[in-house]
Write a protein that binds this ligand. Structure first.
Ligand code: ATP
Length: 306
């Protein structure tokens, strides 16, 4: 090992699903998806340092309930470390600190971001040089959204979301995100979706319209193409989200959308100034946590080596 590897911080982004087509539940319990992910500049940091054992600490901002993030043993970062260590036949040893800024159980894949960041950070710390293919395979084992958190940018996701390929996206899109204090369980949202759609088609809805809209670079056109098959189920479980979506659109957003399985609502705006203006209106209306982020941004990447 080289000296610069005594401590490493890796940053990984939240995702928004610009398109989320959900097919009928498969026999293995998963739903086939066709999704277009976008990584946005709302990021968690995972810092790893050398240690004779394994420790994990989590720091949250005041708007995230610290009890919502599992402690070591149940955290997805433990699983990421375990799988990577087992792959190389070594012991998982590190002192890890996770600094959260991505809403927890919010439909923005915060846990997946932490898992991806941990894989990249521990690969460096342990100096094990995992190949990209192996890293993606381990990521897919950890969760459907984890490979995308490694890749970042904008990408098409198929399978159960774990098969990712980059999509050319040379624009910068501006989003406002409003998290909820209470999270929503992703499995519960899928269950409600199944109840509401007993005749769901086997094949998820294609992302062709969204991809054409993305290529125009025009936020007004993209707004019209945003699509989330889970939105109805999330709103059914949390009817207050309908009011929030309407409020954001009345405040000047081009379109409001539930992020993934929710309950975070995201609003596409015409640009940076418009995003700040919409955020100001939402704060004025009583929403105390309103975040502004642009995308696409990079996937899990090293930010400090010291
Ligand atoms: P997804 O959309 O990927 O299903 P999400 O964005 O809705 O997930 P996450 O923040 O990833 O939600 O958390 C989902 C659950 O994962 C949480 O309820 C929590 O119990 C568990 N979890 C495990 N590790 C973490 C972590 N490092 N950060 C947040 N949640 C974690």
């Amino acid at each position: 090992m080289t000296d610069h590897q005594s401590g490493i911080t890796v940053r990984a982004p939240a995702k928004i699903n610009l398109h989320l087509g959900v097919g009928a539940r498969r026999e293995d319990g998963f739903h086939p998806l066709v999704t277009v992910y976008q990584a946005v500049g709302l990021c968690d940091d995972v810092r790893v340092e050398r240690s004779p054992g394994w420790t994990l600490g989590v720091t949250v901002p005041d708007w995230i309930d610290p009890d919502a993030v599992p402690v070591t043993g149940d955290n997805i970062v433990d699983r990421a470390a375990g799988l990577l260590a087992a792959h190389h036949g070594i012991e998982a040893r590190a002192a890890v600190s996770v600094t959260k800024a991505i809403p927890v159980a919010g439909g923005m894949a915060g846990g997946s971001a932490d898992a991806a960041a941990a894989l990249v950070a521990l690969d460096r710390l342990w100096d094990v040089h995992t190949s990209d293919d192996d890293l993606l395979r381990i990521a897919a084992e950890l969760g459907s959204d984890v490979p995308f958190a490694l890749l970042g940018g904008t990408a098409l996701g198929t399978g159960r979301g774990e098969l990712v390929e980059p999509v050319v996206d040379s624009s910068t899109w501006w989003w406002v995100a409003v998290p909820s204090r209470e999270g929503l369980s992703t499995p519960a949202v899928y269950r409600r979706h199944d109840e509401l759609n007993p005749d769901a088609p086997e094949e998820p809805e294609s992302a062709a319209t969204l991809l054409l809209a993305l290529a125009t670079g025009n936020p007004g056109i993209l707004a019209g193409a945003l699509h989330n098959d889970l939105e109805a189920a999330a709103v059914d479980l949390r009817p207050d989200l309908a009011d929030l979506l309407a409020l954001g659109e009345d405040s000047g957003a081009l379109r409001g959308l539930v992020s993934g399985s929710g309950p975070t609502c995201v609003f596409l705006t015409a640009g940076a100034d418009e995003a700040r203006a919409v955020a100001g209106e939402l704060v004025g209306a009583g929403h105390d946590v309103v975040l502004v982020a642009n995308g696409p941004v990079a996937g899990a990447h090293v930010v400090t080596y010291a």
